[in-house]
Design a protein around this ligand. Structure first.
Ligand code: UDP
Ligand code: MG
Length: 331
């Protein structure tokens, strides 16, 4: 076919048009969980707008999940929505936690991919173009790993690192260290996550569980723009427990082995005591060792009952089949 053949030309035009419409039709839903972020929301949405508008071939929507804010987050968001209808707001009836907010975001996301990003500008939005590029090249999960955690308190860094190490030692499922919830996931990953029926959603674990073709980008995590972290040491501890119990039964099984070792040692000691009595008669010694043994094994039993309780409590909550979140209003 000649170069200036009209048919060839129209074919060329058509194919480039098809290419364009195919690219333009790709929609990204940006999910922002928000709990009392009135001071950050304008700046954060503004930064996102600037970046997303400059990425070619994509259209985008923002899903702001208001997780029971008691400040003006919803009012500010709805006023921003009047200027830009690409913003959708889901208002929870109360605070259900970030894991629930992310779950709602993924349930409501309609795009070909979703990006989960915090409202406080700690997750650097300028990483998004690179994430999208990786996604367009065929990666299904693009993770954002913190190159360093210097903006975190030394105690938070230490406990976070301890959590990742303990979790990955206990569980067959490995969670990548220093990777938060900031990530891009393809539609197929969203659909896979929606298949997981559990109510207690430890999202970092669920993300790792579904798998898919993953690549990691690194970024420097900034300090929080304004306001304070919503995660107290106690809530982080609870999240860590959720992580351990969601993906590992080793905390339950370990006692079987420790108990077996204890029983073997007790039998050996029992023989020793009997022979001692036969050879030397019955002295009145032994008070200290008996006292120690009662306290030690009593404590071990309390710990095992506690660990059983952690799992049984979760089974109990799971059987109630309560919803993960309740929506007051969709704006
Ligand atoms: N967040 C939420 N619900 C909560 C706690 C936090 O939606 O109960 C949101 C919060 O508004 C922010 C993101 O989750 O957009 C991360 O929270 P934060 O910055 O407090 O956590 P950190 O960065 O300290 O881990
Ligand atoms: Mg933060």
């Amino acid at each position: 076919m000649k170069k200036d053949d009209p048919l060839s030309k129209s074919n060329q035009e058509r194919s480039s048009l098809e290419y364009d419409t195919q690219m333009i039709s790709r929609v990204i839903s940006v999910i922002i969980p928000c709990h009392n972020e009135e001071k950050n929301i304008i700046k954060s949405l503004h930064a996102l707008n600037n970046i997303l508008d400059n990425i070619p071939h994509i259209t985008w929507k923002v899903l702001l999940i208001d997780d029971g804010s008691s400040d003006k987050t919803v009012e500010i968001a709805t006023s921003l929505q009047e200027q830009d209808n690409r913003l959708k707001i889901i208002e929870f009836s109360r605070n259900f936690g970030k894991e629930a907010a992310m779950t709602a975001g993924l349930d409501e996301a309609t795009g070909d991919a979703a990006i989960i990003i915090d409202a406080d500008l700690q997750d650097d939005p300028s990483l998004i173009p690179q994430m999208v590029k990786k996604w367009e090249e065929g990666t299904e999960v693009v993770l954002a790993k913190r190159s360093d955690r210097t903006t975190d308190h030394v105690l938070k860094r230490f406990t976070a690192s301890l959590f990742y190490r303990t979790h990955n030692a206990l569980s067959p499922l490995k969670i990548p260290e220093n990777v938060g919830d900031f990530r891009l996931i393809d539609r197929c990953v969203i659909d896979a996550l929606k298949l997981l029926p559990e109510r207690q959603r430890f999202m970092k674990g669920l993300f790792a569980y579904v798998g898919f073709k993953t690549e990691t980008l690194t970024y420097k995590r900034q300090a929080r723009e304004t306001g304070e972290s919503k995660f107290t040491p106690l809530s982080l501890w609870n999240l860590a427990l959720e992580g351990f119990t969601s993906f590992s039964t080793i905390p339950l099984r370990i006692w079987t082995y420790l108990g077996t070792i204890g029983a073997i040692l007790s039998i050996i000691y029992g023989f020793f005591v009997v022979f001692h009595k036969l050879l030397y008669g019955n002295g009145t010694q032994g008070y200290t060792s008996i006292f120690f043994a009662i306290l030690f094994f009593g404590s071990i039993q309390m710990i095992t009952v506690g660990i059983l309780g952690e799992y049984i409590g979760r089974i109990y909550m799971e059987t109630k089949q309560r919803p993960v979140y309740i929506i007051r209003k969709r704006h």
